[in-house]
Design a protein around this ligand. Sequence first.
Ligand code: SAM
Ligand code: DTB
Ligand code: SF4
Length: 331
Amino acid sequence: MPIRNDWTIEEIADLYRTPLLTLVSRASAVHAAMHTYEEIQCCTLLSIKTGGCPEDCSYCPQAARYDTGLGAEKLMDADLVIDAARNARDAGATRFCMGAAWREVRDNSDFDRVLEMVRGVGGLGLEVCCTLGMLTAAQAERLADAGLHAYNHNLDTSRSFYEKVISTREYDDRLATIDNVRKAGITVCSGGIIGMGESEMDRIAFLHTLATLRPHPESVPINALVPVPGTPLGEQPPIDPFELVRMIACARILMPEARVRLSAGRLSLSNEAQALAFLAGANSIFTGERLLTTPNPSENADEGLLRTLGVKPMPPHGVEFSITEPIAGER
Ligand code: SAM
Ligand code: DTB
Ligand code: SF4
């Protein structure tokens, strides 16, 4: 299957406007050729530093300027984070992602502690991922040296809609961090959010930016906005689940090798809608009862869903895995 980085905006607009069942069926064929329906990556998130963020991202409950009932906490102890990662692994997760409500990483003792967490979590045989805000090239290299496998930094939406959602940083800042991550040899996890009031053209332009990155991100999280009261987007109406399926199908066709993650918003999807998203090419989810600060489906619900669909957790990158391994939450 050829991997293209030269998609035109017109091609992506045509793709996005394809009748849904035709689109899902094309995406599914790409998925079957490049991946398997029988494995889904299970990632668990932990907020290692919650709230008090100086940025003004309109969707985010952790921005200090919005009253969402979240206080500003300090960075967690490394030992507690590593314990949480062990629990996540024992519950079936194969990737552990640590999130901090920072605008950017600073070269201080907190960063040293994050590096200790990366080493500790990596030592458990998990794929280790961080999302800490903007990074310099030197900081990305230090994370790579500590064994960081992936860095999450979302483009979130189109360049033109971005400034309606966030005013405290620019789209090019995001692209520069992604470039620093890539150059340090860390895999890139970058996607976005739908349901923020963006137009169809914004979604098309957002997919175009992602699909013309060279190389494509290894992981593409597609989040449905979790509207949090107190944020400017707290009253946004929920999206139609078929729109999420459409985004996932497009991402699968445009970036055949990527892991496409059905990310935030699963609590408002039926099992049937999630199954359609998997058929359309999603092969990664967040497991565990909390995303960063908002709820996620219970372990029991996910265990039931994966069992019904005959899906097993994808083994972590570069770690031996037995096919008799129980599915998430089964032990
Ligand atoms: N502060 C860092 C940053 O912004 O890059 C890392 C953490 S931040 C919470 C990670 C991502 O979570 C954001 O880029 C956004 O895509 C997603 N996110 C935050 N709040 C969300 C919400 N209410 N619904 C869906 N996704 C959300
Ligand atoms: C991503 O794309 N989604 C995750 C992860 N990357 C860091 C975060 C979702 C956050 C949802 C709101 C919350 O729980 O605070
Ligand atoms: Fe801060 Fe990240 Fe939330 Fe924006 S998305 S307010 S940068 S924690």
